[in-house]
Design a protein around this ligand. Structure first.
Ligand code: SAM
Length: 270
């Protein structure tokens, strides 16, 4: 790997994994099976790439930093079939990439500065994604996986859990990276739910309800959602208007948005 000469770039969130045991844990968590279509976001200097490539034989990676492309290509010689997409991951159409050959398994120690946009970009293509294993800031993973009643249960928890099963797998300390980030990290698994189990017909309305409900999390639903619906609408959806957003299950947000979506003129309008 001596051809990786460029120093880590802060603006690209480059914190390279150096901890062998963490890399092994990630590969074990992904557990690639023959025929899987593995795609790594941000391979960097290949810390996860090459162990995966050795195990699986083929891998597609998406890397934005042009200084890493040739070294990655050279390092892959004789190891396996590495396909490199030199692009901003947010510009990659996962549905097109999956094509007819089956859904993708996304893996990545993500650049933390754009981790939420990457998550939502992947959700936009959920049909093309079998699962995701991502390293993220621990604080973000805690929010993603939290349950109602928790202080960190919020918009990110509801939006992701509505579409995916979210499992926090293990924590990773700063010392496992070069240079060490200022925060702790965690590895999370997301498995998109089958479309017929999600129950959200109008995603824009769902997002709006969740955003407004948590916009003022100390307020009751009746007050927080007053621009979108009345207390009677909330009651008709089977929920208590005096409940607060942080007490609602994900399924109750789905239920509320479904009810509001079913109302005709004079009721809620998205
Ligand atoms: N996987 C490597 C590792 O674990 O050592 C590197 C992880 S580093 C945290 C994030 C990687 O994502 C870097 O290689 C960075 O260049 C790349 N990256 C940053 N922004 C990107 C973008 N918009 N699209 C694709 N890759 C990006």
């Amino acid at each position: 790997m001596s051809s990786f000469k460029a120093p880590p770039k802060k603006n690209l969130g480059q914190h390279f994994l150096t901890d062998r045991s963490i890399i092994d844990q990630i590969v074990r968590a992904v557990n690639p099976k023959p025929g899987d279509r593995l795609v790594e976001i941000g391979p960097g200097q290949g810390a996860i790439t090459f162990p995966l490539l050795r195990k699986h034989g083929e891998l597609t990676v998406i890397e934005f930093d042009r200084d890493l492309i040739t070294p990655l290509m050279e390092a892959a010689e004789g190891v396996g079939q590495l396909t490199i997409i030199h692009k901003d991951v947010l510009q990659v159409d996962f549905s097109k990439l999956a094509g007819d050959e089956g859904p993708l398994r996304l893996v990545g120690n993500l650049p933390y500065n754009i981790s939420s946009p990457i998550l939502f970009h992947a959700l936009d293509h959920a049909d093309a994604v079998l699962d995701m294993h991502f390293m993220l800031q621990k604080e973000v993973v805690d929010r993603m996986a939290s349950e109602p009643g928790s202080k960190v249960y919020g918009r990110l928890s509801v939006m992701l859990q509505a579409y995916c099963t979210v499992t926090s797998l293990f924590d990773v300390p700063p010392a496992s990276f070069r240079p060490p980030p200022k925060v702790d990290s965690s590895v999370v698994r997301l498995v998109p739910k089958p479309a017929d189990q999600i129950g959200i017909a109008d995603r824009v309305l769902f997002e709006r309800v969740v955003r407004e409900a948590f916009g003022q999390r100390r307020k009751t639903l009746r007050n927080a959602l007053q621009l979108t619906c009345s207390g009677a609408d909330i009651e008709a959806a089977g929920l208590r208007p005096d409940a607060r957003a942080e007490q609602l299950q994900v399924s109750e947000f789905v239920q509320l948005a479904a009810h509001l979506g079913s109302l005709t003129v004079g009721g809620a309008s998205a």
